[in-house]
Design a protein around this ligand. Structure first.
Ligand code: BG6
Length: 445
């Protein structure tokens, strides 16, 4: 898909939490890097009437910790508010007239950003299509969760595909846009010494972990319907796993990357509930005001692949809220016949992007004692002056550029649900034990 030269960004849900926390700061960053130019149009849609002062306030509060510079002014002057009822076709006609003003600049290229819960997509997509706002120049950005289970994911894909072709749809998984996540692939492609090691003869276990020291931070409604498995594992952690294990494609085109990911995901056996643990942090039930809630805030599960290259390797995915630290990393343990001689390679996604190779070295002096020590490559040391680009800024830029590499395809979404479905089933009748763990735990057992 070609680059959108004069994109108009239409944000459904400008007043929402996601828009304030991630989207507006990312747009500000894109103005700062010159990816978005003065004169760019952004239409901020809300069910309620917003004055230009309200818009300004939303932007100021979303940039509170960032520099209030000229680019904040560019962003504020780009945004026009529009009140719209998603069920009302005539409101979409009004949106169309507003958009027509940009046609004088050339073909109007629209980027619809659905910064709203997926349950609210249906009338918007239907009315965009009815109003003729789904031409081939238009792109649709969708936020996870991509469905609630396999069946709802399929219906949501059906719904979207009635109005937009898959090449126009960008399903955001912001973990794929994180710097170290991107490096997972680049590292393997450009460091041939690791290529012969990337199989079950050499790798014993891959452990992907994402811990947050915070809890659900007031998102009771969302979380009660979602839980840790749907919120983090189905999307972010499964995607990191696919990126780590897939065969590196010969060409780094979006379609080749998606094909390689799907090949790996299709080789995975469905999850076994007996090899999974789910937990809930102590205090969660009071926080969501549901004394009997069995929604999990922690999940650990083990997957295996049936492919010739990966048979026998353990793939462990682990995510928890209210843990002792905030960290996300991918740890690859290499096989050894000697328990004390074990090497591992770790990609730390956050905080402090780092790649570490754990090696054994002899202690100095007259002893022959060996010690584990890391060969460590920290991004901030190697690139001290580099500008960190936020994952959301990267995601929007790629959508403008028409590069779908860092987005989840329909088939990936379906594969991930298929793999995790047995856990959803086992947990739905609450028969599978839920462990209550103390806030700030290092692990859950
Ligand atoms: C979101 C989840 O997708 O990712 C949140 O809905 C989670 O529950 C967040 O906190 C984590 O993202 P990050 O970039 O802060 O690690």
């Amino acid at each position: 898909m070609k680059r959108l030269d004069t994109p108009v960004i239409i944000i459904f849900g400008i007043t929402g939490d996601l828009s304030k926390r991630k989207l507006l700061p990312a747009l500000h960053e894109l103005f700062r890097y010159g990816i978005l130019k003065q004169g760019t149009k952004i239409i901020g849609i809300s069910r309620h009437q917003l004055s230009q002062d309200d818009v300004l306030q939303i932007i100021n509060s979303s940039l509170a910790n960032k520099v209030q510079d000229d680019h904040a002014v560019d962003l504020s002057s780009a945004v026009t508010a529009l009140q719209l009822n998603p069920d009302n076709l005539s409101d979409f006609q009004r949106l169309k007239s507003l958009l027509e003003s940009c046609d004088s600049l050339g073909a109007c290229q629209r980027l619809y950003y659905m910064s709203i819960p997926p349950a609210a997509y249906a009338p918007i997509i239907k009315n965009l299509s009815q109003a003729g706002l789904n031409t081939e120049n238009d792109r649709l950005l969708l936020e996870k969760p991509f469905g609630y289970n396999l069946e709802s994911a399929k219906s949501s894909i059906d719904l979207v595909s009635k109005a937009f072709r898959e090449t126009q749809v960008y399903r955001i998984d912001h973990y794929l846009a994180k710097e170290t996540a991107q490096n997972l692939l680049a590292f393997r492609l450009h460091n041939p010494i690791f290529v012969p090691l990337w199989n079950n003869q050499h790798i014993e276990r891959v452990h992907i972990r994402q811990f947050e020291s915070i809890g659900i931070e007031g998102r009771a409604n969302f979380y009660e319907q979602t839980g840790a498995l749907r919120d983090m594992i189905q999307s972010h952690l499964m995607q990191l796993l696919a990126l780590t294990m897939m065969t590196v494609p010969d060409s780094m085109t979006s379609s080749a990357i998606h094909r390689a990911k799907i090949d790996f995901l299709s080789s995975l056996a469905v999850a076994d509930p007996k090899l999974s643990i789910r937990g809930q942090y102590d205090g969660y039930r009071q926080e969501v005001n549901q004394p009997n809630s069995n929604v999990e805030t922690y999940v650990k599960l083990q997957l295996s692949s049936q492919s010739k290259d990966w048979q026998g390797v353990q793939f462990i995915l682990e995510h928890g809220k209210a843990m002792h630290q905030s960290i996300a990393d991918v740890n690859i343990s290499f096989k050894t016949s000697h328990e004390k001689r074990r090497n591992s390679l770790t990609f730390q996604v956050q905080p402090d992007e780092t790649i570490r190779l754990d090696l054994l070295i002899k202690e100095p002096g007259l002893t022959n004692n060996m010690r584990h020590a890391d060969l460590k490559l920290s991004y901030s040391d190697v690139f001290p002056n580099s500008n960190k680009v936020d994952a959301y800024a990267r995601v929007i830029m790629d959508a403008i550029n028409g590069d779908q590499s860092l987005f989840a395809s329909n088939q990936e979404v379906i594969n991930n649900w298929q793999i995790l479905e047995p856990l959803l089933e086992a947990w739905s009748d609450n028969s599978h034990g839920l462990i209550i763990y103390p806030y700030g735990s290092a692990t859950v057992q």
